[in-house]
Design a protein around this ligand. Sequence first.
Ligand code: NI
Ligand code: MN
Length: 227
Amino acid sequence: MPKITFHGHACFDLEHEGHRLVIDPFLSGNPTADVGPDSMRDVTAVILTHGHGDHLGDAIPICKASGAVLVATYELALFCAEQGVERVHPMHIGGSHAFPWGRVKLVPALHGGMVEGDTTGRFTTNPAGVIVTLGTTSVYHAGDTSLTMEMQLLRGQVNVMLCPIGDNFTMGIDDAVRAVEFVQPDIVVPMHYGTFDVIAVDPAEFVQKVGDRARVDILEPGQTLSV
Ligand code: NI
Ligand code: MN
């Protein structure tokens, strides 16, 4: 089981067998982040779900400082390469790739495709969810998304689901509960709530509504999932 640490909003750090993978490192300007980008000089890979500023975040400077490979959809990876990231690995929805440290698969997410900082409009992309498989554990970071029928295809494939619940830009609590029904993970960790007033929801309501469908672990920024 990888060590899974939450850094606020939608940023998670997965540590496994000497590798450190960071998903959606929105740290600078994130009022809930427990660390800054300087704490991420030793990352192996930065994985992005989409190009919005609260997900792309500090990915480019982190990759430049650490030499980490940036994994994202084709358009977003190309944008980051054009911004000076030396190692990018473009993928696309439905595709998976076995990296030396684990497998990454991009899955559908229904959301907006703008890439923060792209003044040319050439890099608009499909947002994605990401399944990272490390050893025998599969972690599904749903990205920013609505409830989708496609989530039903993930049933039986996910051990830990990182699930947005904040409403307004993504699923709210009731749809997130249905997403848990679709995916049937062992453990679900709520994310993408409380960072800003417009996505302030009570995670205790999510815990109560999920009931016995899955174990729900609420992580505060800086906390690690205990297994
Ligand atoms: Ni977004
Ligand atoms: Mn977002």
